[in-house]
Design a binder for this molecule. Structure first.
Ligand code: 26W
Length: 764
């Protein structure tokens, strides 16, 4: 591609699709035409990959949090400079596409992981295709009104979707007991780095089987048509905004079955074109089940195979060779269980198969500890473990907890099933794309192979004490902080100082992640400053980004609390020149890209044992930021790689948490620590205004009487470590830690994760 040829095609596309000249095209038109032109360059290779028959993996996931594709695709195609030049020759700002919204078809960690995995697989040349749902509305858009979270529909398609193609011909029908619908696939190209390979993300959209029923129309039953359309389209209308809590909603069950039924039918149809020997299905495809959300694929495959004439036993034997299962959380609330009655109401054939599976497990194991259906409830994790060839956790400590705790009984009988695959992140999006200046600096020192061989970052070790490199690192970080400050000014209307420490906690809002602990520590610092203590504290900006599930009362209360703290501090003349608090609205993938490269301390402060892995922690590490955190999830492995002494670690360990929980009295801890008590009392003493909703009092009560996540217990050690970290900021020791982290982030490339899956599980 050259800029000239690009411009020519770009103009053509704008002309064909929109009838406009490049000079008059609006952003949406430019975006869609540019996207289509780029696709034109890869379609041929993509077709080849689609028609290959080599063994592949189907990554089944209810969520793919892909974010913005335009820049990432240009990066992987190696055309950024050409496109920039071409656009600029026409007076179009390359960055203007930042106003195009993200595709937020996921909630958080699990969905973003799926996106990183697809990108990595394509980049290392492994055939892994994603299967999921094309939600009409993705994760809600968040704003704050009076400090409370406000949700609005995420109409991502209003920008168009130039990277996907509707494959009408490959539609399938999904049958429910009450009605049937059409599943229409939309395929998005997953472009590997340097065009290594191109895989497919296939997202299913639900539609009415007969889009327009003329008979009904003739009978003047227009409303009936509308109702018919609505019922069908409802299935993929919206992403459930829960992260880590399961809701037994019928529509959710419909979504899950719709996704897996369409996928299994599609795959079996294709397999039948190359073979009629279903016992070898696993030589054509194996499925990775991304948590329990797609686990109904197991009974669905059995159902489809039995309709092809196989016996239940033979079909089950094939399923056992075909499925593997990843667990992403140990939270009890997240473990999906479906009332059998609901399953029978919607998908009776699946209800029957679940019963047969329950009989099978009775027959084979005959042990009350192992069941799939009990008291008329189907346990999806049990089903997954029983049938899957391999079961994996997502960080070493998490897999250990699964083996020794959560799935202890299963591990006892199936020790060989359990493996660990530590999560990863794609270094293309999370360093090369989001932090181009740092990437360039790294390339200058160690060559340009690191994006596909992240372990080679360790070659930076020999420059860690090199003055020039440290200076460059400092300058780049500072420039990134200026860019973030600008962005925050524009989007939040708050002025922050790029010379202050940026202390950042960005992730879904959940009690176990303990944004509350962070909030209380800020209040502590505030009061200390007020009293004239902490004289040497450098200037700090505390930044939060988090969405709460709309129905999660306590999480929403914590958002309000943090916004109240921000209000208090930012409006305090005396203090706001020393610390500031910003809670950014609508935190998403694109915001993360800006935050991750502009951070001085990465807050990863979950109660030990609760965060399965975390992947934000890896993004910060890769961008040269030390972790301020607990020994939880992948933080443990981060410390192992970069040195615990090069991060700021505090708080109870998993073992200590167990111990402490034996007889825990948070009230006693609070009453015994006057400074902690003072900050906790602000929740009820009129310091803040919660518009008489009582939300702050609720936080107060749980802190005093429950404190499930040991906020009070870890408070003192958190404060101590945090203040020590701030004190060290800017010193040689501090920058040493930054660079140690960057140089040792190699393990956390999702290329490595994919290779682990290939070696331990997939064997493709
Ligand atoms: C059914 C409701 C529901 C929705 C989402 C239950 C559970 C989930 C996910 C499993 C929650 C999730 O995203 N877990 C996160 O997965 C990441 C990728 O493995 C990990 O890094 C995070 O630690 C984990 O919280």
């Amino acid at each position: 591609m050259t800029s000239n040829s690009l411009i020519k095609e770009f103009k053509q596309s704008l002309n064909y699709d929109y009838g406009v000249e490049i000079e008059n095209a609006n952003l949406k038109e430019l975006y869609n035409s540019l996207g289509k032109v780029l696709m034109g360059y890869v379609n041929k290779d993509w077709q080849k990959s689609i028609h290959s028959t080599s063994k592949r993996v189907g990554y089944l996931s209810a969520e793919f949090l892909i974010g913005r594709l335009l820049y990432a695709n240009m990066l992987n195609m190696g055309v950024i400079e050409d496109v920039k030049k071409a656009l600029e020759s026409k007076g179009i700002d390359f960055n203007s596409f930042e106003d195009v919204e993200d595709a937020a078809l996921g909630n958080g960690g699990l969905g973003r992981l799926a996106a990183c995995f697809l990108e990595s697989a394509a980049s290392i040349g492994k055939k892994v295709d994603g299967y999921g749902l094309r939600y009409r509305f993705g994760l809600f858009k968040q704003s704050f009104v009076d400090g409370f979270q406000n949700e609005e529909a995420d109409d991502w398609l209003k920008w168009g979707d130039p990277f996907s193609f509707r494959k009408e011909d490959e539609s399938v029908i999904v049958n429910f007991a009450d009605y049937s619908v059409r599943a229409v696939p939309y395929d998005t190209a997953v472009i590997g780095y340097n065009l290594k390979t191109i895989n497919t993300l296939r997202l299913w959209q639900s539609e009415a089987i007969n889009k327009f029923d003329f008979k009904a129309f003739d009978n003047m039953q227009g409303l009936k048509i509308a109702e018919n359309d609505y019922k069908a389209e409802e299935i993929t209308a919206v992403l459930y905004p829960n992260d880590n809590t399961y809701e037994g909603k019928k529509l959710r069950l419909r979504q899950q079955y719709f996704m897996v039924s369409a996928t299994i039918q599609d795959v079996v149809n294709k397999y039948k074109k190359i073979s009629n020997d279903f016992t070898k299905l696993n030589e054509y495809i194996i499925f990775q089940l991304n948590d329990t959300h797609p686990v109904l694929a197991i009974p669905e495959l059995i159902r489809v195979l039995t309709t092809e004439g196989l016996s239940f036993e033979d079909a089950l034997a094939i399923a056992k060779k075909t499925f593997n299962f990843t667990n992403h959380t140990i939270m009890g609330e997240a473990l999906e269980r479906w009332p059998l009655g609901m399953i029978y109401e919607l998908i009776p054939a699946i209800g029957e198969i679940l019963k047969m599976l329950e009989n099978d497990i009775r027959h084979n194991l005959n042990d009350h500890r192992f069941f799939i259906v009990r008291d008329d409830v189907a346990y999806m994790a049990n089903l997954a473990i029983y049938v899957a060839g391999k079961v994996n956790g997502v960080a070493r400590i998490h897999t250990e907890i699964l083996k020794n705790d959560t799935f202890k009984d299963w591990y006892e009988i199936y020790p060989e099933k359990f493996v660990n695959v530590t999560n990863g992140i794609t270094p293309r999006r999370w360093l090369l794309l989001n932090n181009p200046k740092m990437a360039k600096e790294i390339t200058k020192l160690i060559g340009d192979k690191w994006p596909t061989n992240l372990d080679s970052l360790v070659n930076l070790e020999s420059y860690i004490n090199n003055k020039e490199f440290v200076e460059a690192f400092k300058n780049i970080k500072h420039e990134n902080k200026l860019i973030l400050a600008d962005y925050i000014k524009k989007h939040e209307g708050i002025e922050i100082d790029a010379d202050s420490i940026f202390d950042i906690q960005i992730k879904r809002l959940h009690e176990y992640k303990r944004q509350l602990l962070n909030a209380l520590s800020i209040l502590y610092i505030y009061f200390e400053l007020k009293e004239g203590n902490l004289k040497d504290l450098p200037k700090v900006t505390f930044i939060f980004g988090a969405k709460s599930a709309p129905g999660y009362y306590m999480a929403k209360a914590i958002i309000k609390f943090i916004n109240e703290i921000a209000n208090l501090i930012n409006n305090d003349q005396e203090i706001s020149s020393r610390i500031k608090v910003v809670f950014v609205q609508n935190y998403n993938v694109s915001y993360a890209e800006k935050l991750v490269c502009a951070c001085d301390f990465s807050e990863q402060i979950s109660m030990a044992g609760m965060e399965a892995s975390g992947t934000g922690n890896m993004k910060f590490m890769l961008n040269g930021t030390p972790t301020l955190g607990t020994l939880d999830g992948a933080n443990v492995e981060i410390c192992e790689e970069a040195g615990k002494e090069n991060n700021y670690i505090f708080g109870a360990t998993v073992e200590e948490v167990k111990e402490v929980k034996n007889n825990y009295n948070s009230g006693a801890i609070i009453n015994g620590n006057l400074k902690l008590k003072r900050v906790v009392e602000t929740l009820v003493d009129g310091t803040f205004n919660d518009n008489n909703t009582g939300v702050l009092k609720s936080i107060y009560d749980t802190l005093y009487h429950n404190d499930t996540y040991l906020v009070a217990y870890d408070f003192a050690s958190y404060i101590e470590t945090k203040l020590k970290a701030f004190k060290e900021y800017g010193s040689n020791e501090y920058f040493y830690k930054c660079l140690k982290n960057m140089a040792n982030a190699g393990k956390f490339s999702s290329d490595r994760s994919i290779r682990d899956y290939v070696e331990e599980i997939w064997h493709i």
